[in-house]
Write a protein that binds this ligand. Structure first.
Ligand code: IMP
Ligand code: MG
Length: 176
């Protein structure tokens, strides 16, 4: 294991099983619907591609690019890449890597609702529900995790570690 990493908290096999379980639930819930997956670049990419293949339904997908301002403007989000396709009248499922304060998704949710989808739900791989600052409805959760910084399976630290096939914690001295 890389020297920056501390501990694997979700091994690859458990991650795969969790993603497949979410795929089965979504398959049941979205039969006969017009399922359109939207992920937020870049952290959600790995989860999106595996989740899409775990859903046994016709579906389409799109990506939204954002950059969030840290600091005083917490929760202010700027679009860096808009969706390619209209979501009006479609059953949109947001596919996110991790929800922490909920500020990012609250913004994105408000923004997407203005475009009048038929429905809008949220699926996140990882969740820290006890860290919420704003309340948002989360319909599908893969794993609840403790309050430690994690990398892997799309999640990065300074752009690295997205390609780990597990979720691992970073040595705390690196980010404290
Ligand atoms: P929120 O707006 O506080 O919910 O922030 C969620 C976003 O922060 C996620 O989409 C990630 O991009 C980032 N994030 C939060 N926790 C972690 C982590 O442990 N590792 C990597 N990125 C994280
Ligand atoms: Mg993200």
């Amino acid at each position: 294991m890389d020297e920056d990493l501390e501990q694997i908290i979700i091994p690859a096999a458990r991650l795969r099983a969790g993603v497949r379980a979410l795929g089965r639930r979504i398959t049941r819930d979205y039969a006969e619907r017009d399922l359109h997956l939207i992920t937020i670049l870049r952290g959600g990419l790995f989860f999106l591609t595996d989740l899409a293949r775990a859903i046994a339904l016709p579906l389409s997908l799109d990506c939204l690019g954002i950059s969030s301002y840290a600091g005083q403007q917490q929760g202010t989000v700027r679009l860096t890449k808009d969706l390619d396709d209209s979501i009006q009248g479609r059953d949109v499922l947001i596919v996110e890597d991790i929800i922490d304060t909920g500020l990012t998704l609250a913004y994105i949710r408000r923004h997407l609702l203005l475009r009048e989808p038929a429905s809008l739900r949220i699926c996140t791989l990882l969740d820290r529900p006890y860290r919420r600052i704003v309340d948002i409805p989360v319909d599908y959760v893969g794993f609840e995790i403790p309050d430690v910084f994690v990398v892997g399976y799309g999640l990065d630290w300074r752009g690295r570690y997205r390609n780990l096939d597990c979720i691992a914690t970073l040595r705390p001295e690196l980010y404290r």
